[in-house]
Design a protein around this ligand. Structure first.
Ligand code: FAD
Length: 503
């Protein structure tokens, strides 16, 4: 590990927040640069209609927490703002099965399952992981998913509440910090409003601002919101110049501050880190970057389905509450969107075979209550490759299986769910009509590996050829996890920073 006390962290999501806290604890002077805004709980949207608080498109005056990118081969959602993806995420924490780390992509010199185990436990403690308390009743969304699982043979044993980073104290009641012996912020018990992905105005979701980033700032780490990194230049004799532009302006400005650092940690997420490195390579500032940059860009093989029925009530709760295994590789989770979400109905499309009946029952009225969303993730191998075209990141399919726009095991679960509630199953028009894959869990693009021809970073997360440049975000995950990835990104980052010496 090269010495140097001044560290710039690019991005304030899971990997960046761990960097900020662990390096501040070790005595480094840490500055976190974040493209998005800083939010207090009261700044989050209380309805999906408040697009300016939900979506990020500054040229349209929208400076919210979710960025939507559409490319020919993918529709991708990513989080933006101080706290990164934790602002918009549903809070689900999932440890992948041990066999996931034996799949192609994971470097064989490390026993990942064994090495990461203590860091998963640490990440769960830090982010307050707890089983979601399910509402009673066989007819709620969770009850119905349980019946789908029970009637599906061996898969029945796999039904369970998900684990989430949410404070489940007395609903709506504020309490002093229950997690960090008084060093953390006040928390409020979850009210079950299901608006987790709008940001959580209640203060129950354990976003990174409630744990890692809060504690890092107490130790002196500085966070600069609305600061977007556009270039990295190595300084003669060591260290870095980090070039930025102001983020979030209606009219983009060309120039912002330049920061000096002894070491740089890239944690801009799978999209942001790959895009920045591609730009640096195009500008010629990072010679010797691995040819593997952009390879193994992964969608986590996701499909989002919906089941709606006039007499059905999904029930109150967090945005994602329970799950079943539809087969050996497919996980299906029950999601709810809360009241006031009927604009989403315009994006639905009956699953093939649903036809006229599904059209007649179009779930516009009371959409949030009458609709269960089913998020499916599949732990199989397939990948895209990212490249820079006209200054923008584009994605092209790699050799091998294509990204799915539909997953048969998930559709079978959705139809079974629909039968039990006398409802209809729907996909989303970009999947069902256009065949466009979708992901909220983009991974990869800077795979981890000892061999610089197939890995961008070594197993200590240092960029091959640039030992004072580090990557600790979802871009280093080298294979589809088939489950929600934020806990794994956090555990990988905890493992990486545990190996840094004191400043
Ligand atoms: C709606 C939604 C719901 C989700 N729900 C879950 C869930 O329940 N469980 C789960 O495990 N995962 C969930 N995810 C996925 C999860 O959010 C991501 O896997 C996770 O955030 C990735 O962490 P990261 O550290 O790689 O980067 P991120 O958390 O994405 O953070 C990267 C940060 O870097 C910033 N950035 C990017 N480029 C630059 C730049 N050039 N300069 C400065 N800053 C930059 C971004 O603004 C962002 O804040 C969800 C995602 C979405 C969109």
């Amino acid at each position: 590990m090269a010495a140097g006390g001044e560290v710039v962290v690019v991005g304030s999501g899971f990997g960046g927040a761990v960097a900020a806290l662990r390096l501040a604890e070790k005595g480094y002077r840490v500055t976190v640069l974040e493209a998005g805004r800083r939010f207090a709980d009261a700044d989050f949207a209380d309805s999906p209609w408040q697009a300016h608080r939900v979506l990020w498109a500054p040229r349209l005056g929208l400076t919210g927490i979710v960025r939507v990118r559409v490319r020919r081969h993918l529709l991708a959602l990513t989080g933006i703002g101080v706290g990164g993806g934790s602002l918009a995420y549903a809070g689900v924490h999932h440890r992948p099965a041990a066999e996931v780390f034996r799949r192609p992509g994971w470097d064989r010199t490390v026993d990942w399952a064994a090495e990461l185990a203590p860091f998963y436990a640490l990440a769960e403690r830090m982010m307050g992981t707890a089983p979601v308390p399910l509402p009673a009743g066989a007819d709620t969304g969770d009850g119905v998913l349980g019946r789908v699982a029970a009637d599906g043979g061996p898969a029945g044993a796999s039904f369970r509440p998900v684990r989430a980073g949410v404070y489940f104290g007395a609903p709506g009641r504020p309490v002093p910090d229950p997690y960090f012996a008084g060093r953390g912020p006040e928390r409020t018990g979850c009210t079950g409003c299901a608006r987790c992905v709008l940001g959580c105005r209640v203060g129950a979701k354990n976003t990174l601002m409630k744990n890692y980033l809060h504690l890092a700032e107490r130790l002196g780490a500085r966070i600069r919101p609305l600061t977007s990194v556009i270039g990295l230049v190595p300084r003669p004799g060591g260290g870095w110049l980090v070039r930025t532009v102001p983020g979030g302006a209606l009219v983009p400005r060309r120039r912002g501050a330049t920061f000096r650092a002894d070491q740089v940690v890239l944690a801009a997420g799978a999209w942001g880190t790959a895009e920045l490195l591609h730009r640096c390579r195009a500008a010629g500032t990072l010679p010797g970057l691995s040819a593997a940059l952009g390879s193994r860009t992964l969608t986590n093989r996701e499909v989002l389905l919906a089941v709606s029925a006039p007499g059905f009530d999904v029930g109150p709760g967090v945005a994602v509450s329970s799950e079943l295994r539809a087969d050996d590789v497919t996980l299906v989770q029950l999601c709810r969107v809360g009241g006031g979400s009927h604009p989403l109905a315009a994006l639905l499309c009956p699953l093939p075979g649903g036809g006229a009946r599904a059209l007649r029952r179009w779930p516009v009225r009371h959409f949030g209550g009458r609709t269960a969303l089913l998020l499916a993730m599949e732990a199989r191998e397939s990948a895209l490759t990212s490249r820079l075209r006209h200054g923008r990141l584009v994605l092209v399919p790699a050799d091998g299986p294509r990204e799915p726009a539909r997953l048969p095991a998930a559709e079978a679960a959705a139809r079974s769910f629909a039968e039990r509630v006398a409802g209809s199953a729907y996909g989303w028009w970009w999947n069902t009509l256009l065949g466009l894959p979708f992901t909220a869990h983009l991974l990869g693009g800077c795979p981890i590996g000892t061999d610089p021809s197939t890995g961008v970073v070594d197993t200590g997360h240092r960029v091959h050829g640039h030992p004072t440049l580090h990557i600790t975000d979802a871009s280093v995950v080298p294979a589809n996890l088939g489950c929600n990835p934020a806990l794994t990104v956090t555990a990988l980052a905890e493992r990486a920073f545990a190996a840094w010496p004191a400043a």
